[in-house]
Design a protein around this ligand. Structure first.
Ligand code: NAD
Length: 507
């Protein structure tokens, strides 16, 4: 069912035909010599906008603005309360413009508007409020054990953050990076994905309607091997925070290593979703569908390997397939849509290519596996599930990043844990069971950064989020972000006089 009125209402917002960057508090003027990157609307394959790509000179201007704002501007020198007032102004701006930002995110990425409105935009606003709270509650350390000294530890902003985001959640993840960086007094340059620059670039304009000083947040637009590389390799950038794919992370690590820049990496996953016979099967079914189809399956934390205990496997998989066939595919702007188009054509082709790869390795196609024929245009795919021949199949080892589930069957929990761990990734895992010892054994045995018990994706910003193995380096959380974006400084003061070695005093 389509909702023409709601869709028309969203379409009142403008999409600028040309996007540039945002440096030192102002949009970068359009340049006749800039490389043009074209963004295509995933829902109808029309041209959405042209991106004027930032070259090394423009990146240098952005980093210089961030450097000036850090080295001599007011932001790092402000009281925490004053900074927090501005972070809350940014939160309010996002809330005030929630419908517009949701529209831009949905049009550009293809994410169903329902979840963008209820989850991603509120999360973007919350990021600023949350890190304002974290910065204002930060405590220090004092050591008095070594007498007669008192050593206290303060944390100082680390400098300029080079922030690089992926296309799947441009606003939610982009604002997380910005907020966690600047809340502690740093300044930054962010580069959104060239596939999804729209919402974050608009957010920059809104952010600069607040009292944020110019140069604190700068944005450069462009492709990874041009704009991204210029940013991560720039000597004026002190730390790099990156969310994206594992292959890109390796390239960024090489480029950051020239200046020994610390890196934080939030990368991909191939997460196990374990459904045991002791689960509440109706809830496990809802949760399993949700973790693989939510946001078009374009989630790092998708439960893309579904491991089902043999005694319940046939019935569970049959129900999963029936429900998959009923998922409402449609215009991402329609409030009824459950599955929108994938973000861009090459990605759609990559996701579909795994159907052939799976079948060649002996997998059985259970449902989907093709473009949806309900649409003449747009990157729509049917929800897809395969029965994998074994966990070593590529379809169980490689991140597909779409609405594509691979099923495996297990006989006991030890085997399920072994399969879950037999992966280069280790981002999250899901366990469905009403039996506490089963839950505890899974939680202790699985090597992944987050274990979700009887629940689909639920994020608590206070708790660390990040991956083992190829899924990342470091964590996002209140404390982890504070440690990454600050330097620890120890100051030691004697509390009494004490003898100092008297070189050269001897007569
Ligand atoms: P990607 O690695 O292709 O690109 C991510 C960003 O890096 C983009 O902005 C891109 O332009 C930039 N980039 C590419 N090459 C670069 C280079 N050489 N130097 C600097 N920057 C460069 O990833 P993607 O396709 O945009 O995003 C999907 C990936 O992100 C998936 O693997 C997904 O699992 C992961 N992801 C992880 C999390 C998490 O929290 N762990 C969250 C969301 C997405």
């Amino acid at each position: 069912m389509q909702h023409p009125k709601e869709v028309a209402d969203l379409k009142r917002f403008d999409i600028p035909p040309v996007l540039t960057g945002f440096i030192d508090g102002r949009p970068v003027p359009e340049s006749a010599s800039a490389e043009i990157v074209t963004c295509i609307a995933p829902s109808d394959e029309t041209e959405l906008l042209s991106l004027h790509e930032a070259d090394a000179n423009e990146v240098d201007a952005a980093v210089s603005a961030a450097r000036r704002a850090f080295d001599s501007g007011p932001w790092p020198r402000m009281s925490v309360d004053e900074r927090n007032r501005i972070l809350r102004q940014i939160r309010d701006k996002i809330i005030e413009h929630a419908d517009e930002l949701a529209y831009l995110e949905s049009v550009n990425v293809g994410l169903p508007i329902r979840n963008v409105k209820t989850v991603h935009i509120p999360r973007a606003a919350r990021n600023f409020e949350f890190f304002a709270e974290v910065a204002s509650q930060a405590t220090g350390e004092v050591y008095t054990q070594t007498r007669p000294y008192l050593s206290y530890v303060t944390r100082e902003p680390v400098g300029v953050g080079g922030l690089i985001g992926p296309w799947n959640y441009p606003l939610g993840l982009g604002t997380m990076k910005i907020a966690s960086c600047i809340a502690f007094g740093n300044t930054c340059v962010i580069k959104p994905s060239e596939y999804a620059p729209l919402s974050l670039t608009r957010a920059m304009e809104l952010i600069h309607e607040t009292d944020i000083p110019p140069g604190v947040i700068n944005l450069v637009n462009g492709r990874g091997h041009v704009t991204g590389e210029a940013l991560t390799g720039h000597p004026g950038v002190d730390v790099v925070s990156f969310t994206g794919g594992t292959v890109t992370a390796r390239a960024i690590m090489r480029s950051a290593s020239a200046h020994l820049k610390p890196v934080a990496f939030e990368l991909g996953g191939k997460s196990a979703n374990i459904v045991t016979a002791s689960a509440d099967l109706e809830r496990a079914l809802d949760g399993s569908l949700s973790t693989i189809y939510l946001d078009n399956g374009q989630q790092c934390l998708a439960g893309s390997r579904i491991l089902v205990e043999r005694s319940i496997a046939d019935e569970f998989i049959q129900k999963f397939v029936e429900r998959s066939r009923k998922v409402r595919i449609g215009d991402p702007l329609s409030p009824d849509t459950e599955l929108g188009p994938l973000c861009y054509e090459a990605h759609l082709e990559k996701v579909l290519s795994y159907v052939g790869i799976a079948q060649q390795e002996g997998a059985e196609l259970l449902t989907g596996g093709r473009r949806s024929d309900a649409f003449e245009r747009g990157f729509y795919i049917e929800p897809t599930a395969v029965m994998a021949p074994s966990n070593s199949a590529r379809v169980c080892q490689e991140e597909i990043f779409g609405p594509f589930a691979a099923f495996l069957v297990f006989d006991d929990l030890d085997e399920a844990i072994e399969i879950a761990n037999d992966s280069n990734f280790g981002l999250v895992a899901y366990i469905w069971s009403e039996d506490l010892p089963t839950v505890m054994r899974a939680s202790q045995g699985i090597r992944a950064g987050t274990i979700w018990v009887n629940t689909p994706t639920t994020r608590d910003l206070r708790a660390p989020f990040g991956g083992y193995k190829d899924s990342g380096i470091g964590r996002d959380s209140a404390r982890d972000c504070m440690e990454f974006f600050t330097e620890a400084k120890t100051t030691t003061i004697p509390t009494d006089t004490f003898p100092i070695t008297d070189f050269g005093k001897a007569q």
